[in-house]
Design a protein around this ligand. Structure first.
Ligand SMILES: Cc1cc2nc3c(=O)[nH]c(=O)nc-3n(C[C@H](O)[C@H](O)[C@H](O)COP(=O)(O)OP(=O)(O)OC[C@H]3O[C@@H](n4cnc5c(N)ncnc54)[C@H](O)[C@@H]3O)c2cc1C
Length: 403
């Protein structure tokens, strides 16, 4: 048999950076997550340390002050952060999508204006598609922008579920600029809405953009999810992503491109939470005894562990494949959809199995698995529900295999 090249899942650089983030999760995130979760408090100290580690600029090119790393390495980092607590990856997630939108579609002025400060985490980004009456059906967006005589645009309407909606300094917001567009997606534009971070009622140049109190959630605590109310909010035409000429009515395509990437990101979060659920189950099942032996020695429990470990590894491989294809400049929409669907469902599955293995203690707030049980379902919803992923996968499959 021919001698195969050694199997390397990670490059030396990827090993070094993921080991560093793994240690950061062990030392800084995991010991503090329960506290922030129970208090629903923003993990300010952890975020400050993430800034120092450069984690807000992982994918931002070096010329703008970032690390210039690829999507694959980013996905590995997100897995490690999510293994600690998915709310921590939530603080980075929308920022990552915003920086991708700027890098891919922004004008040079827009890149210069935002990217260097985004790379250090000095300012953070959110993105906003969903509205009170819509999430999956993005093309139905009602929030609208109209051009005034002075050339500025005025935005009116309500947005919903904006992660980092309060503490962000810029929001990539998709709004309707052409009410008569047919098809509907051709009438949507992405604006970069500047705002004051941490302020509920903006004044001065950002007047007309209000952030109601954060939505109370069952899990995914600590990181805020908010509504955004635009009421006569004025924004210059130069804040259209890519500039007015290139960007007007092109927002849907820009956002869908970014969400393709976002699917890999959410999938990596699914792997992280699944991995943590497995770790907790492996430990608890060897400690807890029933009928005279550790429950890990009962075959029914071993089968659960086996199914969980298989799902974790399969999900991780799907994520890495989708990320590597994207990094190689190859088509990856179908693969990103599969990774998101499988890994988010694997997250839910592994957390539930680990929950069962913990018996009655799974219900105690003193056990980490209780938090994971409330956190995991979010991944089935954000950036396209499992139903929507199946629609995307089915459509792409048929496109690729058209007879
Ligand atoms: C904690 C949290 C954070 C979020 N953060 C953000 C954010 O930062 N920015 C942002 O823009 N949005 C965000 N969202 C919103 C999220 O993207 C939407 O909730 C999601 O897209 C689903 O939309 P919806 O809630 O309106 O459900 P709907 O679209 O109303 O769907 C309801 C149900 O119907 C199913 N369904 C819908 N259409 C079809 C169809 N054609 N065929 C079969 N089934 C269908 C769905 O799968 C779902 O089960 C966040 C949501 C949560 C919970």
């Amino acid at each position: 048999m021919a001698v195969a090249a050694p199997y390397n899942e990670k490059t030396d650089e990827q090993k070094a950076i993921t080991e560093m983030v793994h240690q950061f999760a062990d030392e800084q995130i995991l010991p503090n997550a329960e506290h922030f979760d129970h208090e629903d408090a923003f993990p300010e100290d952890i975020v400050e340390q993430m800034k120092e580690l450069g984690l807000f600029g992982v994918t931002i090119p070096e010329e703008y002050g970032g690390m210039g790393l690829d999507l694959t390495t980013y996905a590995m980092i997100v897995e490690e952060l999510s293994r600690g607590w998915i709310s921590i990856s939530g603080v980075v997630n929308t920022h990552f999508i915003g920086s991708y939108l700027l890098m891919k579609f922004g004008t040079e002025e827009q890149k210069q204006k935002y990217l260097p400060r985004m790379a250090t985490g000095e300012i953070r980004a959110a993105f906003s598609l969903s509205e009170p009456e819509l999430g999956s059906d993005v093309q139905a967006i009602k929030t609208s922008a109209k051009k005034n005589e002075d050339g500025d645009y005025e935005i009116n309407g309500s947005k919903m579920w904006v992660t980092n909606g309060l503490r962000s300094t810029l929001v990539f917001v998709l709004v309707r600029t052409d009410p008569d567009a047919d098809p509907r997606y051709k009438g949507l534009t992405c604006f970069i809405a500047d705002k004051e971070p941490g302020v509920h009622e903006n004044t001065g140049p950002y007047k007309g953009l209000n952030v109601p109190p954060q939505i109370k959630k069952m899990g995914y605590k600590g990181v805020e999810s908010t509504e955004l109310v635009f009421d006569g909010y004025r924004v210059p035409a130069e804040n259209i992503l890519g500039g007015e000429e290139a960007g007007l009515n092109h927002g849907f395509t820009q956002m869908m491109d970014a969400l393709d990437l976002g699917r890999v990101n959410v999938a990596a979060r699914g792997v992280g939470i699944a991995q943590r659920a497995l770790e907790l189950a492996l430990r608890y099942s060897q400690e807890r005894k029933t009928f005279g032996k550790p429950i890990a020695e009962h075959q029914a429990i071993q089968f659960k562990l086996a199914d969980m470990a298989t799902q974790v590894d399969a999900a991780r491989l799907l994520v890495l494949r989708a990320a590597r294809l994207k990094d190689a400049g190859e088509r990856s929409d179908l693969e990103a959809g599969m990774a998101k669907l499988f890994a988010s469902e694997a997250g839910r599955f592994c957390v539930e199995e680990s929950f069962r293995i913990h018996g009655g203690y799974c219900y105690s707030k003193e056990y980490e698995i209780e938090r994971l049980y409330r956190d995991a379902p979010l991944l089935l919803i954000g950036e396209g529900t499992s139903e929507i992923q199946r629609m995307v996968i089915g459509r792409k499959l048929l496109q690729r295999h058209k007879i």
